[in-house]
Unconditional design. Structure first.
Length: 644
């Protein structure tokens, strides 16, 4: 549900305004009304830029490997000083490159932040940025050097010293390539040509001729680096050494100073919010009085008013106008609260709407289970969520709980459809007695369409109820009438297709309901308007409703198609594991079978997981939101408070 908000105005003497804001922030419930944009304010922009900067470094450091994983005692790139072996603490400077020339050439790699809690955030940020830049340069240099060294692959390992000695004696060494069919063997006697390699019908050869001699050779001169193979290889080793050293220093920075950066980020956020509130303040009486407006949840209003009165602050509850943008705070039970991130992913409802979260939550679970479509995969989701939930942070635990619910739904629906890790339960003799109770693929398609029909009608009921709340009962009559038309005609036409017999009396009653409701929808779609205009609008609405209903209901067939695809693909991997290893020795056959099953089902689970999230989201955001006439655009409730 959407929490009811009260609007308040505050008037404070300018000398007491800072103390008032401190008190207001300590209460932590007032959402300050926005009256002017903050993007053009210099202080706000400066804090915003700094917040982006520190957030980027925190995200980078949070995902970096721990130092213990980056240091390998057997690595030839590092040596441990004797001093570190006799101390209980680890200092990053004890891990130094073996190559002193390399360290001198790249002095920035020696930069390390002191391991002290007193390190300033600006120093940490600057050093982290320097280390990241060094790492990026090193990785780019490695790519270039590896590319250069690959040019030697056809020629083998040779030194430019040899060609230099020949040049000193008056002989020039030239490197050529040409298609094998264009190679002329007379070059061997004329120019001392020597074939070095042949790759993909391309010959690589060298010639040794007197300096200044003209070579009439129909071949391309090979492009080789200025440095020889050994030099480039040594450069690569040096760069790897620098890379490993830099990565270790970044990891130590994360281990030692990440908490400092997080505290610094919180300080910036608090300062940013304070500046934002100051900007929304208006001045009165020659800047002697400070005027501020804000929103307080109705449930918190009494306590907040008592606290403000005790502090001697002047405030007044004011009327809400149509121009006001009221912040949205959602309040749901433990179950539906898990689905609030899905609501916020698209848009919050506006204040005059109904919170869609509890309305779509059960359907989203159902859609997910139908799309995943395999009981075994559902069991894996349950086990995985239970294991990860114990290790997750408080913010991630609700996500794991949501995955647990999805797993339970998938286990139930997948088992009912007879699919378990790609195996068809119907084919097992154990389930022969209950074979008729499994849902077949044909039945699943019909069930998907029936679910789609009722979900679309459900959306139209919500839309009609929303109109009733916003505008009144008489304006919602036409919307409710369309619901009765669709339900009554749907039952008359669809139930016989499902081999359900309807008594003639009931059928006539349904036709009567449809006729009466149709008359209301056609002639009373806009109260107070000319009946002929209403009739014309009703005809247009009829076309839109019928065409939209058919298209929307057919969209739900994807529930059947995606679920069936996942189950069939799992069965394909099972067949592959059996058929591809059928000729192998029984004692070793189990290993390739296991590998095929693990890789195949992992791939299938990944694809099914994506489909089971994307398509239910589409059915909610497109079909349901359209039929329920969801408007969205709500402003998130962000109270003025201290972030810890």
């Amino acid at each position: 549900m959407i929490v009811k908000m009260n609007k308040y105005a505050f008037l404070v003497y300018h000398r007491e305004y800072k103390a008032f804001l401190e008190h207001l922030r300590s209460l932590g419930v007032v959402h300050v009304k926005t009256i002017r944009p903050v993007s053009e304010n210099g202080d706000i922009q400066r804090f915003t830029d700094e917040l982006k900067r520190v957030s980027a470094q925190i995200d980078y450091l949070s995902n970096f490997e721990p130092p213990a994983r980056l240091y390998d005692p057997s690595s030839r790139h590092y040596e441990r000083s004797e001093a570190i072996q006799n101390t209980a603490t680890t200092n990053i400077d004890c891990f130094v490159p073996r190559n002193d020339e390399t360290a001198a050439a790249f002095p920035e790699t020696a930069a390390v932040i002191p391991e002290t809690a007193a390190a300033l955030p600006e120093t940490i940020l600057a050093k982290t940025e320097d280390l990241r830049e060094t790492l990026a340069k090193t990785e780019a240099a490695l790519v270039t050097l590896e590319k250069e060294r690959s040019l030697f692959d056809p020629w083998g390992d040779f030194s430019y010293e040899t060609t230099a000695k020949l040049l000193k004696e008056g002989y020039k060494t030239s490197f050529y390539t040409c298609p094998a069919q264009n190679y002329d063997e007379t070059w061997e006697s004329t120019y001392n040509a020597l074939i070095i390699n042949e790759i993909n019908s391309i010959k690589y050869f060298v010639t040794i001729t007197k300096q200044g001699e003209y070579l009439a050779i129909d071949a391309d001169a090979a492009k080789l680096p200025l440095k020889d193979f050994q030099t480039i290889s040594q450069d690569i080793e040096d760069q790897i050494e620098i890379k490993q050293t830099t990565k270790y220093k970044i990891a130590k920075t994360a281990e030692t100073h990440l908490d400092t950066l997080k505290k610094y980020k919180t300080e910036i956020e608090n300062e940013l919010m304070w500046k934002g509130v100051e900007i929304q303040t208006e001045t009165e009486a020659e800047s002697k009085l400070m005027f501020l407006e804000g929103w307080i949840p109705a449930s918190e209003a009494a306590n907040t008013e008592a606290a403000l009165e005790k502090a001697g602050c002047f405030f007044k509850k004011t009327e809400i106008t149509d121009e006001d943008v009221i912040p949205i705070k959602l309040k749901n039970n433990r179950f539906t609260k898990l689905f609030e991130p899905i609501t916020k992913l698209y848009s919050l409802p506006n204040y005059s709407e109904i919170d869609p979260t509890p309305l779509f939550a059960p359907f989203f679970m159902l859609f997910f289970g139908l799309c995943f479509g395999d009981g075994g995969y559902g069991l894996l989701l349950i086990i995985t969520s239970l294991l990860l939930r114990q290790k997750m942070s408080a913010t991630m635990k609700p996500i794991m709980t949501l995955v647990l619910l999805f797993g339970i739904t998938t286990l139930i629906i997948g088992t009912l459809t007879g699919s378990f890790f790609g195996c068809s339960l119907v084919d097992f003799p154990t389930f022969a007695k209950v074979k008729q109770w499994f849902i077949t693929s044909d039945n699943l398609m019909i069930i998907s369409l029936v679910i789609g029909f009722f979900h679309v009608v459900y959306g139209k009921i919500i839309a009609a109820y929303k109109i009733k709340i916003q505008r009144g009962l008489k304006y919602s009559l036409a919307a409710f009438a369309w619901v009765f038309v669709i339900l009554s005609l749907g039952c008359v036409l669809a139930l016989p297709m499902l081999k359900i017999t309807i008594p003639d009396t009931l059928k006539y009653i349904m036709y009567a309901i449809a006729g009466l409701s149709g008359a209301v929808a056609l002639l009373y779609n806009m109260p107070g308007r000319n009946i002929f205009l209403n009739f014309g609008a009703g005809i247009w609405n009829t076309y839109n409703t019928v065409s939209g209903l058919v298209g929307d209901v057919l969209s739900y067939i994807r529930l059947y198609a995606i679920g069936l695809t996942g189950a069939l693909l799992g069965g394909v991997f099972n067949s592959m594991a059996i058929d591809m290893t059928a000729s192998m020795n029984p004692f070793i056959r189990w290993l390739p079978m296991l590998l095929i099953l693990i890789i195949g089902h992992a791939l299938n689970i990944g694809l099914s997981l994506i489909s089971s999230l994307v398509h239910p989201l589409r059915l909610i955001y497109v079909e349901y939101y359209k039929n329920s006439e969801f408007e969205g655009g709500g402003l998130d409730y962000q109270p003025f408070r201290i972030k810890n």
